[in-house]
Design a protein around this ligand. Structure first.
Ligand code: F6R
Length: 606
C-alpha cells in the first residue's frame, strides 16, 4: 500500500527515482510525486495518475538533482487529488516528506499545529509530519533531532523518508510496522518500500526493523534506534531475486505472466528444503491447538489447508481470517498459529501474529517475500520461493502456498500414521506431475477459456460452487473474478445452494461449478445433484470437469473439460482455470488487469 523510493548519489537521480516508483506501482497507483533538490532549494512535483503519465506531463526527467524521494500512492486518508499526493512540504518549504502507513493521532496533532499557525493544504495524516519536522528543527537546528522528536510524538504506523535543505546530501528515513529497506551501492544509496525500488542497481539491502531510523548519504549510511538514538549494526541481506523475473517478459500483463509461471513456482515449492517443512510438522504435532491464518486470498489458502489437513492428517485446524482473529481465536502457550502471506507485510495478519505471540503462542508462516516483517517475526518461516509477484492480484503465490500446505499435511499424516508410506509416495508422485499438467492445461485450454470468457463477459452475476476441498477453490476463483473483472461473483459450497440461494436462479445469474473427478465418488455425485437442482430451474451452468465424465450437454450449459488427473491435484488444476477465466473476462471487459481499482498489493493498514 503506497510505495516509497529514495536515492542519493553522484549524478542525476530523477531517472532512478522514476524506475523506483514505477517498479513499486503495484503497491499503489492513484497518484504520485517526487521531491528533488536544486542546490539548496526543494523542487516538488506531484499529480494524480500513474507514474509514466506523471513523469511525462511534468517533464520530471528535465529536473537535475543528485538526491530525491518519490512516492506512489494508494489513498487511505483523503481523496485522490493533487493536494493529497505525496511529498508534503513543511510551511517554510525546507522539508519534503513521503510516508506509508497511518498516523493514528494525526487529528489532535493537526489541531495543535493549526493553533500554532501551521497551514494544512491536504486532508492527509502525513502532512503533520512535515510541519512537526519544521517545528522541532527550529528548536534544535538539527534534522536528526527533529526526526526523533517527531517519531516519538506520532502514533500508528509508518515508513517515511524526508529530505531537507539544511543537509541537502542526506535522506532521513524511519520505520514502524510498514516495510522499509535500504539499498547499499558504491557511491549511491537507496531507500525503498521493498527491493523492487532498487533491485536493478544493487542487490545489497539493509532491512530496517520497527523502531529504527536511518540516515543515508552518497558514501555512507547509519541505522539508529528511535528509542535511544544509539547506532545499530545491521547485516547486509543479499537479494536473491533476479530483476529480470520482475519484468513482464513479453506477456501483456503480469497477471498472465504469473499464471504461466506456476509450473515453475510449484516446482520451486516441491524443491523446498525438507528439514524446514519437518520443523513445521513438529510444531503442529506439539501444539495442543492450531489455527490457520490469512486474509483475502490467503484466507482461502487457509481454508484449503483446513481441508487438506483434515483429509491427509486427520487434523482439524480452524482457519481464521486475520481481520477477525482477535474476536475468534483462543490462543495460549500451547497454540500454534500458522499464517500465509505473499507479501509478508499484511497489517491484519501481522497484528494477529503479534497478538498470538503476546499470549505466548508459537507462530509459523509460509511467505513469499524474504526479509518481510512476517518472515522475520515468526518462530519458523517457510520461504516459498515463488519470485516476485508484481500483479496486484495474487495467483502464483497462492497456488504455490497450497502446494506447500499439501506437502505439510502429507508429512504430518505420515508421522501420525494416517497415511501409509506408500500413499505418501503416491501423493508425492501426483504433486510432482502437477507442473507438467498445469503447463499442458495452460497450453491447450487457454484459447477455449478465452473464448468462453469473451462470450459470457457481460454476465452480471456468477455463483461459484464447489463441495469439499473444491469449496475454497470456488471462493478463491470468485475473488479473482471480483477483484480483476469487477463482476459480481459469490463463492458458496454447492450443498448450501438448496438452503436458500436456489431462489435466485434465473436468467440473470449464472453458475460455475468445480466438479471433482469421478474417483471422488461421493463428492462427485453430490456436486452433480447440485448442478441438477440449478438445471431444473433452467439456470445456466458452466461445468469445469474431467474427461472421464465425458461430454454431458444436458448437465452443463457450457463445459470445460480437463484431462484426467490424480484426485489430489485436481482442485489445484481447477484453480488455474478460475484464474484464467477471471483474467480473460477482465481483458474482454478492458479492465486494468495488473492494477485493478481499489486494491493494493501490500495492505499494510488495518
Ligand atoms: C487477492 C489478494 C489479496 C491478498 C491479501 C493478503 O488477489 O492479493 O486478497 O491475498 O491482501 O495479502 P498477503 O498474501 O500479502 O498477506
Amino acid at each position: 500500500m503506497c510505495g516509497i523510493s529514495g536515492v542519493v548519489g553522484l549524478k542525476d537521480v530523477s531517472q532512478l527515482l522514476f524506475e523506483g516508483i514505477r517498479n513499486l506501482e503495484y503497491r499503489g497507483y492513484d497518484s504520485c510525486g517526487v521531491a528533488l533538490m536544486n542546490k539548496t532549494r526543494l523542487i516538488i512535483k506531484k499529480d494524480i495518475g500513474g507514474v509514466e503519465e506523471f513523469y511525462r506531463k511534468h517533464d520530471v526527467l528535465q529536473q537535475k538533482s543528485n538526491i530525491g524521494i518519490a512516492h506512489t500512492r494508494w489513498a487511505t486518508h483523503g481523496k485522490v487529488t493533487q493536494e493529497n499526493t505525496h511529498p508534503f512540504t513543511s510551511r517554510d518549504g525546507n522539508f519534503a516528506v513521503v510516508h506509508n502507513g497511518i498516523i493514528s493521532n494525526y487529528r489532535p496533532l493537526r489541531d495543535q499545529l493549526k493553533k500554532e499557525g501551521y497551514k494544512f493544504t491536504s486532508d492527509t495524516d502525513t502532512e503533520v509530519i512535515a510541519h512537526l519536522l519544521e517545528k522541532f528543527f527550529k528548536k534544535s537546528r538539527n534534522p536528526e533531532k527533529a526526526l526523533v522528536k517527531t517519531l516519538n510524538l506520532i502514533e500508528g504506523t509508518f515508513a517515511l523518508a524526508f529530505i531537507c535543505t539544511y543537509l541537502p546530501g542526506h535522506i532521513f528515513c524511519a520505520k514502524r510496522e510498514s516495510p522499509l529497506m535500504l539499498g547499499i551501492g558504491d557511491e549511491i544509496k537507496f531507500v525503498g518500500s521493498d527491493f523492487n525500488a532498487f533491485i536493478d542497481h544493487t542487490k545489497n539491502a539493509v532491512i530496517l526493523d520497527d523502531g529504527e531510523y536511518a540516515i543515508l548519504s552518497r558514501d555512507s549510511y547509519v541505522v539508529k534506534s528511535i528509542l535511544n538514538e544509539e547506532e545499530i549494526t545491521k547485516p547486509i541481506t543479499k537479494i536473491e531475486w533476479d530483476s529480470e523475473t520482475s519484468k513482464k517478459g513479453g506477456y501483456p500483463h503480469y497477471m498472465l505472466k504469473e499464471i504461466y509461471e506456476q509450473p515453475q513456482t510449484i516446482s520451486n515449492a516441491l524443491d523446498l528444503e525438507p528439514s524446514g517443512l519437518d520443523d513445521v510438522v513438529k510444531m503442529f504435532e506439539k501444539a495442543e491447538s492450531s489455527y490457520f491464518l490469512g486474509v483475502g486470498t490467503t484466507f482461502y489458502v487457509a481454508k484449503y489447508a483446513q481441508y487438506i489437513f483434515s483429509e491427509l492428517a486427520q487434523k482439524f485446524i480452524a482457519p481464521i481470517s486475520s481481520d477477525e482473529f482477535l474476536s475468534l481465536a483462543n490462543v495460549n502457550k500451547k497454540t500454534l498459529v500458522f499464517a500465509m502471506s505473499q507479501s509478508g507485510e499484511t497489517f491484519d495478519t501481522l497484528s494477529a501474529l503479534k497478538y498470538s505471540q503476546s499470549k505466548g503462542a508459537k507462530t509459523a508462516a509460509v511467505v513469499n517475500v524474504m526479509g518481510s516483517s512476517i518472515a522475520r517475526m515468526v518462530d519458523k518461516v517457510v520461504l516459498q520461493g515463488s519470485g516476485p509477484e508484481i500483479c496486484v492480484i495474487s495467483t502464483k503465490a497462492a497456488l504455490s502456498q497450497m502446494v506447500v500446505l499439501t506437502l505439510l499435511a502429507m508429512k504430518l499424516g505420515l508421522k501420525k500414521k494416517v497415511i501409509t508410506k506408500k500413499a505418501y509416495q503416491e501423493n508425492l508422485k501426483s504433486l510432482k506431475e502437477l507442473p507438467a499438467i498445469i503447463q499442458g492445461v495452460l497450453n491447450e485450454r487457454s484459447g477455449f477459456i478465452h473464448r468462453i470468457a469473451n462470450k459470457y463477459c457481460k454476465n452480471k452475476n456468477w455463483l461459484y460452487l464447489g463441495r469439499g476441498i473444491y469449496y475454497p477453490i470456488a471462493l478463491e476463483s470468485a475473488l479473482k473474478m471480483k477483484e480483476v473483472a469487477y463482476v459480481h461473483a459469490e463463492g458458496m459450497p454447492a450443498g448450501f445452494l438448496k438452503h436458500g440461494t436456489l431462489a435466485m436462479i434465473d436468467d440473470d445469474i449464472s453458475s460455475i461449478v468445480f466438479v471433482p473427478p469421478k474417483a471422488k465418488k461421493d463428492l462427485y455425485e453430490s456436486t452433480i445433484h447440485s448442478i441438477e437442482e440449478i438445471r431444473a430451474r433452467s439456470g445456466f451452468v458452466l461445468g469445469i470437469h474431467f474427461t472421464e465424465q465425458g461430454k454431458n450437454q444436458d448437465l452443463f450449459s457450457e463445459e470445460l473439460i480437463l484431462p484426467n488427473v490424480p484426485p489430489l491435484i485436481a482442485p489445484l488444476i481447477q484453480l488455474v482455470i478460475g484464474q484464467l477465466f477471471a483474467y480473460f473476462t477482465a481483458t474482454s471487459l478492458k479492465r486494468n488487469v495488473d492494477k485493478p481499482r481499489s486494491l493494493a498489493k501490500s495492505v499494510t493498514v488495518g
